[in-house]
Design a protein around this ligand. Structure first.
Ligand code: FE2
Length: 315
C-alpha cells in the first residue's frame, strides 16, 4: 500500500489524510483483546457487555496511573504503546512506508517492550502527560467510553505541544459517526504554523504551584487568536470509520478527541512519527516554506484533488 499523488496533495492542502484499511483485521482484534486483558480481574466494565461500557468509569474501575488511565470517559492504556503487537500494528512496514512518503528522511524507530508514555507521570502537577517524555513506542491504545446521558458539549480544538512531525490515529474497532472519532480542523496547519516561534517545538515556562498562571507552554497571542477563530468559523471533520482505517495528521493541525454520543466504545491506537532530523529541526524558526524538510513528493505536489476523494475524506 502506497499513497497516490492525489492523496499526498490532499494531505498537503488539508493537513490530514484518512487511509482506509491500512491495518490488518486480525491484528486489530488481537490489540482489542489485549486492552481487555489489561484490566483488573474483577473490573465492572466487560468486553461482552456493552451496557457496562457506558461511561463514566465506576469508581472501583478507576485508575490514575498515567501509564494506564481509567477515569471519567477516557481509558488510555499506554503500557500497550510499547507492546510488540501494537508496534507491529501501527509501525507496520506499509504504514512506515506511507509516513516516509510524506516525511522523507529516516524514521525514528520504536522500541518494543521499551518505556511507555507516562513513565515519569504528568508534565506538572495536575497537568497532561507529555507524550515525548519516556516514550519509546506509540502513545498507546486510547478508548472513549460512550457518554450515555451526558450533555452535548461544544467542540474545542488544540494543537499538541510536544515535538514530532506526523501523527496517526488508527481505529482498531468500528467507529460510527458521533462515536468519538478523531476530529480535525481541515487546513488549520497552514493557518497555525506561522503563529509558532519554533518549527516543531514551542517555548516552555517552568510550572510553580504558587505562580499558577503559566502551565508549561507559552503560546503566542497570534496562536490564541487563530485557535479562537478556528473554533468559531470552521466546522471540524470527524474521522469516523471501520477497524483498520487510519488517519495521518500534520503536527500543527488543530484537532480534538471526539465526543462519543453512540453506544459503541471508541478504540484507537495513537502514535507519532518523526525523522532522525527532528532534534536539529525542532528549534528552527517556523517561518518560510512549512514543507521544506518534508519529502520531495510533498514539496512538489500542487495540492489538487477530486471531489470523490474529498467526500471519502469526510470533507
Ligand atoms: Fe492532541
Amino acid at each position: 500500500m502506497i499513497l497516490s499523488d492525489e492523496q499526498i496533495s490532499f494531505f498537503k492542502a488539508k493537513g490530514y489524510l484518512i487511509v482506509p484499511g491500512a491495518m490488518a483485521q486480525d491484528q486489530c482484534e488481537k490489540v482489542r483483546e489485549l486492552m481487555w486483558q489489561g484490566l483488573p480481574i474483577n473490573a465492572a466494565i466487560q468486553a461482552d457487555d456493552p451496557t457496562s461500557q457506558i461511561g463514566p468509569f465506576k469508581t472501583t474501575d478507576e485508575s490514575t496511573d498515567t501509564r494506564h488511565v481509567r477515569q471519567g470517559y477516557r481509558w488510555l492504556n499506554r503500557f500497550l504503546g510499547v507492546s510488540p503487537e501494537v508496534i507491529k500494528l501501527i509501525y507496520s512496514e506499509s504504514i512506515c512506508a506511507m509516513a516516509t512518503q510524506l516525511l522523507g528522511g529516516h524514521l525514528r524507530q520504536a522500541v518494543a517492550n521499551g518505556l511507555p508514555m507516562g513513565s515519569y507521570g504528568n508534565a506538572w502537577p495536575g497537568g497532561p502527560t507529555d507524550p515525548a517524555t519516556g516514550n519509546e513506542g506509540a502513545r498507546g491504545v486510547y478508548c472513549t467510553l460512550p457518554y450515555g446521558n451526558r450533555a452535548v458539549e461544544p467542540d474545542q480544538c488544540h494543537t499538541d505541544g510536544h515535538p514530532f512531525q506526523l501523527g496517526v490515529v488508527g481505529l482498531i474497532g468500528d467507529c460510527p459517526q458521533d462515536g468519538g472519532g478523531f476530529k480535525v480542523w481541515p487546513g488549520s496547519h497552514e493557518r497555525l504554523y506561522p503563529t509558532f516561534a519554533l518549527r516543531y517545538d514551542q517555548p516552555r515556562i517552568p510550572y510553580y504551584e504558587h505562580l499558577p498562571s503559566y502551565k508549561g507552554i507559552a503560546h503566542s497571542p497570534e496562536y490564541l487568536q487563530e485557535i479562537a477563530k478556528l473554533n468559531e468559523e470552521l466546522k471540524p471533520v470527524e474521522c469516523w470509520g471501520k477497524a483498520g482505517d487510519i488517519v495521518f495528521w500534520h503536527h500543527r493541525l488543530a484537532h480534538m478527541a471526539g465526543h462519543n454520543y453512540t453506544n459503541t466504545l471508541r478504540q484507537a491506537v495513537l502514535a507519532d512519527f518523526w525523522t532522525t532530523d527532528l532534534d536539529a529541526l525542532r528549534g528552527t524558526p517556523a517561518q518560510g516554506d512549512m514543507w521544506r524538510d518534508w519529502s520531495e513528493q510533498v514539496q512538489q505536489c500542487k495540492g489538487g484533488y477530486s471531489t470523490a476523494l474529498a467526500v471519502a475524506q469526510r470533507l
